[in-house]
Design a binder for this molecule. Structure first.
Ligand code: ZN
Length: 143
């Protein structure tokens, strides 16, 4: 982290536009939302969940939501993890998602930006209920 900060400082002096770039240190956590179809892919989602629990004990497993909740338009469960885990957990998810769609987003405190502007999708991009995000901009419980 120290090296990153020092390099950013030097870059900001040389390139004025870098100074206004958002510092990733504002990211408090990440969510990976794992989507599934209760009729056809719940078993794969369950297998992925078991593997995550076994290999990444620092990932917090969220509840199953067979009925879409919050901004999500498909069944899903959430995996929450600290920023330090991203470098090992993301490549693991890339290789082991088993064709499931996953929305990966940072937690910066701005729910709308986190889900729409800053999100990364693994697999197919699914629609989100943007109106829900706008309404609960502070801290939605299931976003
Ligand atoms: Zn989320």
């Amino acid at each position: 982290m120290k090296r990153f900060a020092a390099r950013s400082y030097v870059a900001a002096q040389r390139h004025p536009h870098v100074a206004s770039a958002v510092n990733p240190e504002i990211i408090q956590h990440y969510h990976a939302h794992v989507y599934y179809d209760p009729a056809s892919s719940r078993d794969r989602a369950a297998r992925l969940r078991e593997r995550v629990a076994a290999i990444f004990p620092d990932v917090t497993l969220g509840r199953w939501h067979d009925t879409p909740v919050g901004p999500h338009t498909q069944s899903m469960y959430q995996l929450a993890f600290p920023p330090l885990l991203l470098a090992s957990f993301l490549p693991w998810l890339m290789l082991n998602r088993d064709s499931l769609s996953i929305l990966l987003h940072p937690g910066t405190g701005d729910a709308y930006a986190d889900h729409i502007d800053h999100a990364v999708w693994l697999g197919s991009v699914l629609p989100l209920r943007v109106d829900v995000l706008r309404k609960s901009r502070k801290t939605p419980s299931q976003s």
